[in-house]
Ligand binder design. Structure first.
Ligand SMILES: [Zn+2]
Length: 139
């Protein structure tokens, strides 16, 4: 998994080129599942959750200038496109915060399952991430 010193080049969905210098992949996870939640032979309707039609992939990198999160909203629904997003963080606490979902309707912030798994894997390879993960304030 460790690929120390690699330059990773990415294009964010808004068209921005991002280069992560001397980067190392610390952890990754997908929320993809093989079974659909709707009848066979159909695809998820707009807004309908189905982890076999639409899912989320997250990668956590350490690089020369800090950390980076690469998240991709993946889709197999015709007419929809994958959305890749790159966000950089200067501290491991910021990594945890960027992975935390916040809601406007009063629900408590939460760490999605795939993000928590990617973080737990990154914690094996980075002491700062381990500390931020262990001491996180969200479930
Ligand atoms: Zn589906």
């Amino acid at each position: 998994m460790n690929t120390l010193g690699r330059d990773v080049r990415l294009v964010d969905h808004d068209g921005t080129d991002v280069v992560l210098r001397d980067s190392e992949l610390l952890g990754r996870q997908t929320s993809h599942r093989n079974s659909h939640r709707h009848p066979a032979g159909t695809v998820a309707r707009p807004g309908e959750p189905c982890p076999a039609c639409r899912w989320f992939e997250v990668e956590i990198y350490r690089h020369r200038d800090g950390y980076a999160l690469v998240t991709v909203g993946k889709t197999q629904v015709i007419g929809e496109v994958d959305r890749l997003r790159v966000r950089t963080a200067t501290s491991p606490y910021e990594v945890v915060e960027l992975l935390t979902q916040h809601f406007d309707d009063g629900r408590l912030p939460r760490l999605p399952r795939a993000s928590a798994l990617a973080l737990s894997r990154a914690a094996e390879h980075d002491d700062g991430i381990r500390d931020a993960y262990v001491n996180r304030a969200v479930a």
